[in-house]
Design a protein around this ligand. Sequence first.
Ligand SMILES: [Zn+2]
Length: 104
Amino acid sequence: MKESCLECGAALKTGVSMYKGVKLVCLQCPMCKEKIFTEELSLKAIQKMESARLQPSYRRPILRIGSSVGFTIPKDIAQALELEGKIVSLRPNIIKKKIDVTVV
Ligand SMILES: [Zn+2]
């Protein structure tokens, strides 16, 4: 579906909008330069802004919790992924000393 500009009716093209140093994809009118965010593009922009707030990696100490061990997840990650009350799936890789954590 081709979207058209509400101001001048020209077919919109993919454009870029900068916000706080983050490039966000939008639709832009080639004639009047009006920028438009559809619902889908708005949600992607919000996710990109939340991701931009996070550090590329975090270090945490392993804590003893009864007979298990664990670590805390930084508040900004927990909020961005809405982790509270969710279940995570852990996939250990012994050779790579790695655990993939997926929110299910
Ligand atoms: Zn236009």
